[in-house]
Ligand binder design. Structure first.
Ligand SMILES: [Zn+2]
Length: 494
């Protein structure tokens, strides 16, 4: 029997007395997993959350979005009862069928085994029918979201390489010298059949840089090749409103944009076809290297190469991740300098906190600031405008009778609290420097560290955003296993 990978989901709501405790639910899931050859990669706990809508269950959302990701980390999700997985039948069927049909993930109730045979297939048919029904409803939702976006100016996000925003709320305009790079990428890929690595190397040899001022890598080329902005389209529904998490590509929606195209629609479509034809899914197992908010920042104290995070397994099959020197894995460095991501995460957070508490920080002053770099202000502003949409939606839910007045007030207060915190953060960032002559870079540095630290600790940012924010202030982090010391190398643009 094949080993399967799974997540467990444990939910206990505040308003029911007769339920099994989280510990008992967990035990049942572990027992079931053991006797069915399932390796539980993670158990998600939702304790004490009541309310009617699924989007209030952050752990559930986290689990579903991970289960749906293209890496296909798990084959099954185990729950004690289906009623733990969803609060009503409709929700349960929709999630189950989406997971099964689009992502090949089974939801299994360990106490209510679903019989095969006639009932099983009857349920299948109902699921198919529900699918259709739900996609109709979903498209209504999406359409509403699009109109909302359009009315407040859809072009707030940072535009990709090749475009620049000149006026707020207006479509981005083409930057000719960057657009040339985009054209080269598409033409080399489609006409010369050049691979992604080769294109990156080719661009680097010519001295071109990404929008972050960095050398091109395989994935930066890949990202550009898949970005429909370049043929004049807009990608909707790419991230979740509440969390900024990137959704599975199958859920993205393309519409015509107002920006000028850099390449033709035909060229774009051909590139997509070619990409799909050559792309090989990486298989069902979790990939051996995984991305992390520390990715690219950790450097080996011996050879200076990047430390990469690898997923390892304990003797009992439980996974954990571990940073080791990339050079060591390639036989080019004598020591692995390994450290578990759990430990290093805590160390880095406490080290940054220590700098903030003591207001003691060493840093390097850098000469110039690249014009195109993402800044924390833009990230925060993006979230502030997202809150506006959220507010509109909870108001609509209340008007349509989905939420009670109490729920509406509760939600509105939460949003207001979040907004105040964000505005404060933004204000601190935008506080002008002391008048020239008494310019205080150390204070600037601490202020930047503080705002990045808040991004790091918040659940509202993706690990990619956290990683990018850290890279705005940190050049590298060196952990030396032999002396157990950690040093963060900060920098500040003058
Ligand atoms: Zn090394």
């Amino acid at each position: 029997m094949d080993v399967k990978y799974g997540y467990g989901y444990v939910r206990v709501s505040t308003d029911k007395q007769e339920e099994l405790s989280p510990d008992s639910q967990e035990k049942l899931l572990r027992d079931y997993a053991k006797s069915n050859n399932i390796v539980l990669l993670e158990i998600f706990f939702e304790i004490g959350i009541s309310g009617r809508k699924a989007d209030k269950r952050p752990e559930f959302q986290k689990m579903i979005s991970s289960a749906k990701s293209s890496e296909h980390p798990v084959d099954v999700i185990l729950v004690w009862k289906f009623s733990r997985f969803a609060r009503n039948q409709e929700e349960s069927i929709v999630y189950k069928s989406l997971l099964k049909k689009q992502h090949n993930v089974d939801v299994i109730s360990v106490s209510e085994p679903l019989a095969d045979g006639p009932f099983g297939s009857l349920i299948e048919r109902i699921i198919e029918w529900m699918d259709e029904y739900y996609s109709i409803r979903l498209s209504g939702e999406v359409f509403r979201g699009m109109k909302e976006n359009a009315s407040r100016g859809a072009y707030q996000a940072r535009p990709p390489l090749g475009y620049r925003i000149v006026e707020r709320g207006k479509p981005p305009v083409i930057v000719p010298e960057e657009a040339k790079i985009v054209q080269i990428i598409f033409e080399k890929y489609v006409n010369d059949r050049m691979g992604l690595f080769d294109i990156a190397r080719y661009l680097n040899n010519l001295g071109f840089k990404t929008s972050h001022g960095k050398s091109f890598e395989r994935r930066s080329v890949e990202y550009i090749l898949q970005n429909p902005s370049y043929c004049g389209m807009i990608r909707w529904n790419r991230t979740e409103n509440a969390t900024n998490r990137i959704k599975d590509q199958s859920e993205w929606i393309l519409t015509d944009g107002a920006q000028e195209a850099i390449i033709s629609k035909e060229l774009f479509d051909t590139a997509q076809k070619q990409y799909k034809a050559t792309y090989k899914p990486s298989g069902k197992r979790p990939s051996s290297t995984y991305r992390h908010w520390l990715s690219g920042l950790m450097k080996c104290p011996v050879c200076g190469r990047t430390m990469t995070a690898n997923t390892m397994r304990r003797a009992n099959g439980e996974p954990y991740s571990y940073f080791t020197c990339y050079g060591y894995s390639k036989g080019k460095c004598e020591k692995p300098n390994g450290i578990s991501s759990n430990t290093i995460e805590k160390e880095v957070i406490s080290c940054i906190k220590n700098a903030l508490d003591t207001r003691q920080v060493e840093y390097e002053l850098r000469e110039y600031k690249p014009a195109e770099s993402i800044n924390e202000c833009a990230l925060i502003e993006e979230r502030l405008s997202g809150l506006k949409g959220k507010e509109d939606r909870i108001r609509a839910s209340y008007r349509e009778g989905i939420d009670t007045l109490e729920e509406y007030r509760e939600n509105r207060a939460l949003i207001q609290k979040e907004r105040e915190a964000l505005e404060l953060q933004l204000k601190e960032l935008q506080t002008p420097n002391a008048p020239s002559g008494q310019h205080d870079p150390a204070a600037d540095m601490l202020r930047k560290i503080k705002s990045v630290f808040e991004i790091l600790l918040s659940d509202s940012y993706t690990y990619v955003q956290k990683n990018e924010a850290l890279k705005q202030i940190i050049d590298k982090i060196v952990y030396d296993k032999s002396t157990e010391t950690l040093k963060i190398y900060y920098f500040l643009y003058q």
